[in-house]
Design a binder for this molecule. Structure first.
Ligand SMILES: [Zn+2]
Length: 306
C-alpha cells in the first residue's frame, strides 16, 4: 500500500515556508532561530545516509554529530549518556521516525525545545508492510534527493546568509543522485527474473522504484527471526519464479540466506543498505552512491539483466 504523507508541500523546490512546515510537522518546531545571530550550527544526524546529505549540502559553518558510530547496527542504536548530552546542545537533529530507531526516537522526544527536530520520514511517500511503515526510504535514490532538499531548506532557514551556498551544494548533490537513478533505470529495465529475495526487508523502496518484486525472509529489523513456515514459503516462491540468487545484507551473517539458497539450489550474494558504513569503507571513500552502484551490479548479475 502506498501512503502519501500529507506534507509533501514542504519539499516544493525553493520554498519551505515556516508556516506550512510548522503545520505539517508539529513536533519539529519550525522556529526561526536565525534571529539569534548564529553564524554556525551544530547538526546531529541519526545515521549514515543523513550524515552524507548534511555534509554534502552544508559547508564549514555546519558541525556534524553522527549518532550511530561507523560499523554499528542502526536499528537498535541507543545513544550513550555522553552522546545524549551532546545532542541536547545541538541546534538541529535530523532523523527518520516511525520505528526505524525506536531508542533514538525516545531520546529525541526528551530533548529540550531548543533542539529543532526534523523527522525526515514526513517528507517522502511511504510504503507499509505487515509491520507498519517501512522506514528504508533512502534506498530509492529519488528519496535521497527529496531529503537533500529538506536539509538544504532547513539549514537555510537557520542560517539565511548561507542559503545560496546550501542551494548550490544541494544542486551538486542532486545531480549525482539523478545520475545514479538513471543508471538504475537503465540497468534494471530488462531483467530475466525481476525478483529480489533478501534476508533483511530493506529494499522495498528500491524494488518499487525500478519494477522489482522484493520477497523478504526476515523483517524490517535485521534482528528479526523468520519462522520455519515463512522460510518454506519463500523457498516455494523462489522456485516458482526461477530465482537463482538469495541476497543477504553485507553487514549481517549470511546464514538465513544460505538456508533458503540451499533449499532451492541457488547462490547467495550481498546487498548494502548504507544504513551504516564501517570505518574501513569510509576510509576507502565509499559513499551512498558507491554502495548503491555495487548493489546495482549484484542485482543485474543475479537477475539476468541485459
Ligand atoms: Zn534496516
Amino acid at each position: 500500500m502506498l501512503l502519501i504523507s500529507g506534507n509533501v508541500v514542504c519539499v516544493k523546490p525553493f520554498s519551505l515556508a515556516v508556516a506550512t512546515c510548522a503545520l505539517a510537522v508539529p513536533i519539529s518546531g519550525c522556529t526561526d532561530s536565525a534571529s539569534n545571530g548564529n553564524d554556525s550550527l551544530t547538526v546531529a544526524v541519526a545515521f549514515y545516509p543523513i550524515e552524507e546529505i548534511v555534509r554534502s549540502v552544508g559547508d564549514d559553518s555546519i558541525e556534524v554529530i553522527t549518532l550511530v558510530p561507523p560499523g554499528t547496527e542502526a536499528h537498535e542504536y541507543e545513544p550513550t549518556a555522553k552522546q545524549f548530552t551532546r545532542l541536547e546542545t545541538a541546534d538541529i537533529v535530523f532523523f527518520l521516525g516511525s520505528g526505524f530507531q525506536p531508542n533514538l526516537e525516545k531520546a529525541i522526544d526528551s530533548l529540550p525545545s531548543s533542539v529543532r527536530r526534523v523527522d525526515l520520514i514526513n517528507y517522502v511517500s511511504l510504503l507499509t508492510n505487515d509491520e507498519g511503515v517501512d522506514p528504508h526510504v533512502w534506498l530509492n535514490p529519488n528519496n535521497m534527493q527529496l531529503l537533500a532538499h529538506v536539509v538544504a531548506s532547513t539549514l537555510s532557514e537557520e542560517l539565511p546568509a548561507q542559503s545560496s551556498t546550501f542551494d548550490t551544494n544541494e544542486a551538486t548533490y542532486a545531480a549525482k543522485i539523478v545520475a545514479l537513478d538513471a543508471e538504475f533505470t537503465r540497468g534494471l529495465t530488462n531483467c530475466a527474473v525481476p525478483v529480489l529475495i533478501t534476508t533483511h526487508e530493506a529494499f522495498a523502496y528500491l524494488a518499487k522504484a525500478y519494477g522489482l518484486t522484493q520477497l523478504a525472509i526476515a523483517g524490517i529489523s535485521p534482528g528479526d527471526e523468520p519462522s520455519a513456515q515463512s522460510l518454506e514459503k519463500i523457498a516455494e516462491l523462489a522456485t516458482a519464479n526461477g530465482v537463482t540468487t538469495v541476497f543477504f545484507e553485507e553487514n549481517l551473517p549470511p546464514d538465513l540466506a544460505r538456508t533458503v539458497a540451499d533449499e532451492i539450489g541457488a547462490e547467495t550474494s550481498s546487498l548494502g543498505t548504507a544504513e551504516t558504513l564501517t570505518q574501513n569503507q569510509l576510509d576507502a571513500g565509499e559513499s551512498y552512491s558507491s554502495i548503491m552502484r555495487a548493489n546495482l551490479q549484484a542485482l543485474r548479475a543475479a537477475m539476468g539483466c541485459t
